[in-house]
Design a protein. Structure first.
Lengths: 110, 439
C-alpha cells in the first residue's frame, strides 16, 4: 500500500495504491485528515487500489464527515473497479462525490 | 529532594573492595537479590547500599532513561542526600556522558570536569561531590541507564581515589543489575499483556451473551457468529414481538478489534431497545442511524440488514443499510434471489437513511432467507481468491438439506473449509419457512 499527497490548484490530492486494510488504513486516515486540517478541497485518487476493506472505507467516511463540517469538497476520483464494487455494495455511492479522474475533479468538482 | 543526613558514613574497612573473594560474594548476593521477585525499588536501594559500602564510597544512585522523554531520571539512591526523581536532560552531567558514550567514567576530581552537573545539588544540600565512578546499564543494544558511585572515602593506606578494581567491580555489578531491570520490565509487560488478555476475554464473553440463545429447533430463525479474534464487530439478534412477529438483524461494524466491538455492543442495544417501538424495519434503521450519528467517531459505520417476519403467513419486510445483500433460496426451483441494499450504512449522517426504503416479500413454504456479513464473501483461499457471492450460493445449495437449526454452523464451517482463511468476523443467519407438508 502506498499513500502520497500533493497539491494542485489549491486542492490536496491524496493518491492511494495497493491494498487498504486494518494495518494500512491508519496511514490513509492520517493523510486524509492532515490534508483537511490544512484547509481546502481534498481529492482522493483511488485508481491504484486493488483492495479496500471496511476500515479503509471508514477512513474515507471520516474524511467525508470532516469535509462536510468544514464546508469543503471531498471527492473520490478515478475509483478502481475493485474499490467501486465495495462502495456500491454498501450503497456508499449515495454518500460520496465521484469524478472519473483527478483533472475532472479539479476542474468541475471543487 | 531532601537531605536525610549530612553525616559522613564511614564504612567498615573489612567490607572494602580489597578482597576478590568478597567481590565475588557480593556479586553473587546481588545477583540472587535481583533475581528475587518483590519490591524492585527496595531491592535496588538495598543493592546500592551494599555497592556503596563495598566500594568504600559515600553515596550512590541508579539512573534510568525515560523512554519517551529520553531524560535521565534517578530511580533510587543511597547516601546522605536523596536525589530520587532528579531529572537530567539526555547527555547532561558525567552520568549523561557515561550513557551517551555507553562507557564507564571515572572522574577523580569533578571540579576539573566541565561536564559535572551536580554543583547546584551540592549548593542546595551542603553535600560536596569530589569524585565519581559511573558505569552504564546496558543489555545488548538496549541502554537502560547507569549506576553512579560518589566520593571514595577511604582505603586502608589509600589515596581516596576510585581504583581500576572498583571500576571492574562496578561494571560486573552493573551487568547483573541491567539484566534484573530488563527482566523486571519484561515481567511488567507480560503482566500488563495478561491483564489486557483477561479484559478482552471478559469483553468477548459479554459479547457472546448479547447474541440470542435459540434452543427450539422449530424456531424459524437460527444464527452463528464466529469472530476472527476474540471480540467481534459482527452481531445478529432476534426479538419476538408480542403479536408473534419476529424482528431480526445482522450487522457488521467497520473495522475490527475493540473499537468495533464497543460500537457493536451499542448498536445491538439500540436494536433491542428501538425495535420495541418501531413500526417498520425502515423506521427502525432510521431511528438507530439517528442515535449512532449523535456519537459517531473515526468514521466508524455499521452495515445492518433487518427484517420483520411473520411466521404465520411468511410475510417479510426487509430494510438494508449498506449490508451484504441477503439471499432468498427456493430449493424447489433452485432460484436464489439477491435482495440489494437501498440505504448507505448507519452512523455516517442522519439525513442519509430513507425510512421508507424497504423490500416486502412473501417467504413461501420451503424457502429460506440467508443473511450474512462480508466475512463470508471475503473468506479467501491460499491464492487470495475470495469466496464471493457465487461461492456462497454454491455452499447454500450444498447445505440446503441440513436441518435449519444446524445450518448456520454448517455453512460457516463450509465457508472456512477448503483452505480458506478467515479475513473478518463471520456471521450467518438462516430464516427458514417450513415446507407445506410438515408445517
Amino acid at each position: 500500500m502506498s499513500v502520497s499527497v500533493s497539491n494542485r490548484g489549491g486542492a490536496h490530492i491524496v493518491t492511494l495504491a495497493g491494498e487498504i486494510d486494518l494495518q494500512t488504513s491508519p496511514q490513509v486516515r492520517d493523510a486524509v485528515l492532515d490534508s483537511l486540517r490544512q484547509g481546502g478541497a481534498v481529492v482522493i485518487d483511488m485508481g491504484g487500489i486493488s483492495y479496500i476493506d471496511s476500515s479503509g472505507v471508514a477512513s474515507l467516511v471520516e474524511g467525508f464527515q470532516v469535509a462536510r463540517r468544514q464546508g469543503v469538497a471531498f471527492i473520490l476520483a478515478a475509483v478502481s473497479p475493485a474499490a467501486m464494487r465495495v462502495l456500491q455494495l454498501a450503497r456508499l455511492d449515495k454518500v460520496f462525490a465521484f469524478q472519473p479522474d483527478v483533472d475532472t475533479a479539479l476542474a468541475e468538482g471543487i | 529532594m531532601s537531605v536525610s543526613s549530612l553525616a559522613l558514613h564511614v564504612p567498615d574497612n573489612a567490607a572494602l573492595n580489597t578482597d576478590p573473594r568478597g567481590n565475588l560474594a557480593l556479586l553473587a548476593a546481588m545477583t540472587r537479590g535481583f533475581a528475587r521477585s518483590g519490591d524492585f525499588a527496595e531491592m535496588v536501594r538495598a543493592g546500592l547500599q551494599r555497592i556503596t559500602e563495598r566500594l568504600g564510597a559515600e553515596a550512590s544512585s541508579l539512573f534510568l532513561i525515560e523512554p519517551d522523554s529520553r531524560e535521565i531520571v534517578c530511580f533510587a539512591c543511597h547516601g546522605p542526600v536523596d536525589v530520587t526523581d532528579l531529572r537530567l536532560p539526555w547527555g547532561t552531567g558525567i552520568v549523561g556522558r557515561c550513557i551517551a558514550e555507553d562507557a564507564i567514567q571515572m572522574v577523580r576530581d569533578v571540579r576539573s570536569d566541565p561536564a559535572f552537573a551536580g554543583a547546584e545539588v551540592d549548593a542546595a544540600t551542603g553535600f560536596v561531590t569530589r569524585s565519581i565512578l559511573v558505569a552504564p546499564l546496558t543489555v545488548g543494544d538496549d541502554q537502560l541507564g547507569a549506576i553512579e558511585i560518589i566520593n571514595k572515602i577511604s582505603t586502608p593506606g589509600g589515596d581516596h581515589l576510585f581504583s581500576t578494581e572498583d571500576q571492574g567491580l562496578l561494571e560486573a555489578l552493573c551487568g547483573a543489575a541491567a539484566l534484573a531491570i530488563a527482566n523486571m520490565r519484561l515481567t511488567a509487560r507480560l503482566v500488563e499483556q495478561e491483564r489486557m488478555a483477561r479484559e478482552i476475554e471478559l469483553a468477548a464473553a459479554i459479547q457472546r451473551s448479547l447474541l440470542p440463545v435459540i434452543a427450539d429447533p422449530d424456531f424459524p430463525i437460527h444464527g452463528e457468529m464466529r469472530p476472527m479474534h476474540l471480540v467481534s464487530g459482527d452481531f445478529y439478534d432476534v426479538v419476538t414481538r408480542p403479536d408473534g412477529r419476529l424482528w431480526f438483524c445482522v450487522a457488521d461494524v467497520a473495522g475490527k478489534g475493540m473499537n468495533a466491538a464497543l460500537l457493536m455492543a451499542k448498536t445491538s442495544s439500540l436494536f433491542r431497545c428501538l425495535s420495541k417501538s418501531a413500526a417498520t424495519p425502515g423506521a427502525l434503521l432510521a431511528a438507530i442511524n439517528a442515535e449512532l450519528c449523535e456519537t459517531a467517531s473515526h468514521g466508524l459505520f455499521v452495515t445492518l440488514a433487518c427484517g420483520l417476519y411473520d411466521p404465520a403467513d411468511g410475510r417479510l419486510i426487509l430494510a438494508n443499510a449498506g449490508h451484504e445483500p441477503p439471499l432468498l433460496h427456493d430449493p424447489a426451483t433452485g432460484a436464489l434471489v439477491s435482495l440489494e441494499a437501498h440505504n448507505p450504512p448507519l452512523g455516517i449522517d442522519p439525513s442519509l437513511v430513507d425510512a421508507t426504503a424497504e423490500t416486502v416479500l412473501m417467504v413461501r413454504p420451503g424457502q429460506t432467507l440467508y443473511v450474512f456479513t462480508d466475512g463470508v464473501t471475503e473468506a479467501s483461499d491460499g491464492e487470495g481468491t475470495m469466496l464471493d457471492v457465487a461461492g456462497v450460493t454454491g455452499l447454500i445449495r450444498a447445505c440446503a438439506d441440513v436441518p435449519p437449526q444446524a445450518r448456520p454452523v454448517a455453512l460457516v464451517d463450509a465457508v472456512l473449509a477448503g483452505g480458506r482463511a478467515q479475513r473478518d468476523d463471520v456471521t450467518m443467519l438462516v430464516l427458514a419457512r417450513k415446507d407445506g407438508f410438515d408445517a
